[in-house]
Design a protein. Sequence first.
Length: 292
Amino acid sequence: MREISRELYPFESNFINVDGHQYHYIEEGRGEPVVLIHGNPSWSFYYRKLIPKLSSRFHCIAPDHIGMGYSDKPSDKDYQYTLEQRVKDLEVFLEAKGITKNVTLILHDWGGIIGMSYARRHPDRIKKIVLLNTAAFLLPETKKFPLMLKLLRTSPGAFAVRAFNAFSAGATRIGVKRTKMPAEVRRAYTAPYNTWKNRIGTLRFIQDIPLKKGDSGYDYFEDLQNHLHLFKNTPVLIAWGLKDIVFDEHVLNRWNDYLPNAEVYRFEDCGHYILEDAQDEVGKLIVDFLAI
């Protein structure tokens, strides 16, 4: 992949072997652990500006899922690209790092279902949760499955993802609304997905979205949404870009149903990559929330 400037991504890379694959992560600071979990088609780069805001007081860890970022990108015969496997990866990783108490989770996109699945297994380990345009439940009945994702799950759409990096490149343009993403930042987001082989993770995430009973992961999602009540009394901060075409107000309303005590901040002019659109405002909200 193309080299990313140290000015943009000023972190040392760390790797750990998880079930035979190299699992990349950033580790900065000392104190209670803050685990920042990205989604698709981003990677730990998404948290590059937030981590320095937190690392003076917290032990910040931001992993790259297998198939994403700087982590290995194995073929289907060497890795199961499923939600269950990704949660297992995270669990193995955090156990290996000795991160087992007073954990704050910061979750975006697929990071929500992965992180909250981990939390559902270990609710006693979770201290606080930050949710950024994400979900941990099945598609709300009030929302249609987005046409863009539907198309990408077809054969022509899958080819576009693997051959032209359509999803990652497209997300850098439609994922921000308040301001245009600078070219060097767009290049950094797409850099790990520079070949057909290296785009497998971005496609498998799309294909793994469960829509009906019997789909891979459906029962997993259903079980989790039935246990979100475990976190009703956990301090939760929600910062939401309302111009997100996937994680829109229908999804936010479901979070309000499940976690009615959460602090909720709506950003009318922001999109899916809310930390790109509103880094200063959201960063301050998170810093203040963690300081309490």
